[in-house]
Design a protein around this ligand. Structure first.
Ligand code: URA
Ligand code: CA
Length: 428
């Protein structure tokens, strides 16, 4: 087999065989095919696409390029959840203990923040003492003992995806549905998932700006799941504004705890219930979605989910007392109010811009090894569709380093679009 022929075939719009795809991925991972040939191939895929079978073959070749986590020592069907990336998306922190509280094991590998989006591992590390690096044995024991574990990736998972993603990032080939779908699904499969619930974000703060694109991506990922024998459900959700009110690591953690207390913002609560009910359905913990939804709502009101959260963080080295006393969590020294510059209605909130502002003030990384400040962030007091008066506080900025104040305030003010007319309501 020659890389040239595989590139040529895809350029001409023909279907690649499983052997050709596997050859390309394996030899590329091993350093035997140069970047320039794989770049040309990725561009050919970008223009010609791939069918469901090719996409599934690519997914499995990437999943099998490294270790595949064996979770067979955990009893039951292991269901993972993945979000395509949003701003202020705190659902994993709510969802993991919530689903576990219904008796379904949650063994979750999570990532750190990327660009303007946050990462679950960074959020969890804002709890003093919380350990996100677990050995395989600790990870499995924790799930077997307290029903849930969330850890950063330590094993050598999907090296092919790491390499290909890096290449796509610099060759304008990220935005290809088969390449995105296989990239995401390969990581879930390598993480040991039997079933997968996908939250595909749509809107100004998401990868997919329009509903049609998001729908195609969701369908492509569900098709891969079915091709490779993993039950998969995709849900499309709105990312035209940050989820919930809090954006920033410690602030989002507090928001998750409030939600687990049965309070918290409606959209975060609702999304957690919807994703959780789908996870329970796949795990066969309930007969159908509605039953899952009611059971999880009950576990939020009764405190069962909160209790599960305490056990989870205690097991991973933190003091569970932080749940009852949020002041034990990192707090910023300065809180600055952002005021509305006019009367009207909030018609949109630029989620990406808010994510970037939080990153700039220290909540995310500008370069890979930056330390992050868990305390900083933004809390939105007004969201899309709400009426505001000139001078009213619409958001609060939590800041430590005041040298960022001027720029951050300016960017946040601009991120809120205020119109005279009441905008039409958008579904979550
Ligand atoms: N997220 C991924 O993991 N991979 C992609 O290709 C795009 C988004
Ligand atoms: Ca949030």
């Amino acid at each position: 087999m020659r890389p040239y022929d595989i590139i040529y075939k895809k350029r001409e719009g023909q279907k690649l065989s499983p052997e050709e795809i596997r050859y390309l991925i394996n030899e590329y991972t091993a350093g035997k095919i140069p970047d320039y040939q794989v770049s040309a191939w990725a561009m050919a895929v970008f223009f010609q696409g791939m069918d469901a079978e090719e996409t599934a073959d690519l997914t499995m070749a990437m999943a099998e390029s490294g270790d595949i986590l064996d979770l067979s020592e955990i009893e039951g069907i292991k269901v993972d959840k993945h979000s395509t990336g949003g701003v202020g998306d705190t659902t994993t922190l709510v969802l993991a203990p919530l689903v576990a509280s219904a008796g379904v094991p949650v063994a979750k590998l999570s990532g750190r923040g990327l660009g303007h989006t946050g990462g679950t591992i960074d959020k969890l590390e804002s709890i003093p003492g919380f350990k996100t690096s677990l050995s395989r044995e600790e990870f499995i024991n924790n799930v077997n003992n307290v029903g849930v574990a969330v850890a950063g990736q330590t094993a050598n998972l999907t090296p092919a995806d790491k390499k290909l993603y890096g290449l796509r990032d610099v060759t304008a080939t990220i935005e290809s549905i088969p390449l995105i779908a296989s990239s995401i699904m390969s990581k879930k499969i390598a993480g040991g998932a039997d079933g997968i619930v996908l939250d595909v974000k749509v809107g100004n703060g998401a990868f997919m700006k329009g509903i049609d694109e998001a729908h195609s991506l969701g369908k492509a990922m569900v098709a891969i799941g079915h091709e490779v024998g993993r039950e998969t459900i995709a849900v499309l959700t709105n990312m035209d504004q940050p989820l919930g009110q809090a954006v920033g690591n410690s602030l989002e953690l507090k928001e998750a705890i409030q939600t687990l207390r049965g309070k918290g913002p409606n959209d975060l609560r609702e999304l957690s219930l919807i994703l959780g009910a789908n996870m329970l359905t796949i795990a066969k913990g309930v007969d159908n979605f509605n039953e899952g939804y009611s059971l999880l709502s009950e576990n939020l009101s009764s405190g069962k989910a909160l209790c599960q959260f305490k056990k989870f963080i205690g097991r991973q080295g933190a003091d569970p007392a932080v749940v009852d006393d949020l002041e034990l969590l990192p707090e910023a020294e300065n809180v600055i109010e952002i005021k509305s510059r006019s009367d009207g209605f909030i018609s949109s909130i630029n989620a990406r811009e808010i994510g970037l502002t939080v990153m700039m003030i220290g909540g995310g990384r500008v370069v890979k090894d930056d330390a992050i400040d868990p305390a900083v962030g933004v809390v939105l007091l007004k969201k899309n569709g709400e009426e505001v008066l000139k001078g009213e506080t619409i958001a609060k900025l939590y800041l430590n380093d005041l040298s960022h104040q001027q720029e951050a305030v300016k960017r946040l003010e601009k991120a809120f679009v205020i119109t005279d007319e009441e905008p039409s309501k958008k579904d979550l």
